[in-house]
Write a protein that binds this ligand. Sequence first.
Ligand code: BGP
Length: 493
Amino acid sequence: MKFPKTFLWGGATAANQYEGGYLEGGKGLSTSDAMTNGSHTVPRRITWKDTEGNIHEQPSGFGFTMNLPEGAEVVTAEGYYYPSHTATDFYGHWKEDIALMGEMGFRCFRLSINWARMFPKGDESEPNEAGVQFYSDVFDECKKYGIEPLVTLSHYETPLYLANHYDGWVSRDLIDFYVNYARTCFERFRGKVKYYLTFNEINAIGMMPYMGGGVLHDTPLNRAQAAHHQFMASALTVKAAHEMDPDLQIGMMLAYQPVYGYSCDPADQLMALKFMDDTCFYSDVQMLGRYPNYKLEEYKREGIEVKMEADDLEILRTYPCDFLSFSCYGSSTVSAKKEGVKGGGNMFAYAVKNPYLETNAWDWATDPDVLRIALNQLFNRYHKPLFVVENGIGWADVKEEDGSVHDSYRIDYLRANIRSMRDAVNLDGIPLMGYTMWGCIDLVSAGTGEMRKRYGFVYVDRDDEGNGTLARSRKDSFFWYKKCIESDGEDLD
Ligand code: BGP
């Protein structure tokens, strides 16, 4: 069994974790530029300044939420280490990195544009030309290797100015700023980029509104309002794209994990179903074009009244996304009785440990059937093309003296996941556009701000305190993935 020749094999990154060059070429600050490093046990922090000029830090922990006093602002401050500032310096290594991707045979490279590199404050009408030039050069370089860029317009960063002056996506003004930014990309990167994603893991806005949308005053209503504004921005971006260039395809992006009930107790199954609804609320709006009943009832129960303009619902109905992309690292298991040991995972902190699955050092479970299950669930709900844009395993890799890394655990993980995806395509007939492995070149972890938690096929010499030469070297998985792509996913040995 194999994948079609048109399958978009590749890797995924995000500017705030990879690009660096945080003040180069006129870039403005992003929300992520004020997030410090952390670890599996120590949360990342966000630094802010009160009206007297005193610096504070907000331990974010799980959730990345903020509740600032009136007049306070998020800032960067002396004496803190902010990993996004250099990250793994794609800004200084883009030619080398794209060549490595070409060597592996990538047909697709998922990267995000840093909104504040294009519009340093976020509310300008004209872009920063140096930012436009940078991305334009990157896309031209991709073309040399036959690599199709897949561009996320907003991956866990909002221009910091918009957070401080508008409370991020709580403000309806951000819709226009974002659509202007999106239109600028469509115009300036015409013929270079065909696939865009509007918001990385859009469900993040409901769980970690600072990270997902630069929200500085976190309340249940503000979360719901910010989500509505992102839905509107996404729908209007689809509209603009289709009007400006019929070749463009706009995807939504969801953090997805199939949720299992711990036992066949109906209470566990119901709980799993409700957790899945919590996630699928976001894709129901963006793919089906309407707010689902279960969410409207929940808002009513909780007294949340989202402000909408007269034609908002009509716009959502008319401009759903063209395809659904998602991240999926493993599954989650829930129990109504809270049995079992507490498990970890990508944003889903409520999980219990699944006794059938192994976990890595960060407690993320590896599930060999997860992609087949996820792809079936999502296709049978939305009947639109799918794209796996994040999947992979974080590991504290050890580099040998000659630069090699023997990451057999990563190869085992990818083998199981790609096989599961291949079954979904060949046995279940799922229309899958491609697969971009997360963090293809080592980058900073979003959850912990560490370098130690590595995902890449390529090792980058950089540690948790910012030391290292940033030199690149190939891991064993680099050669394995190259062989996998060459054989269209048939050879997974
Ligand atoms: C997803 C994010 C990515 C990425 C990944 C791995 O939620 O979209 O930005 O970081 O998770 O998470 P982490 O970096 O915390 O290991």
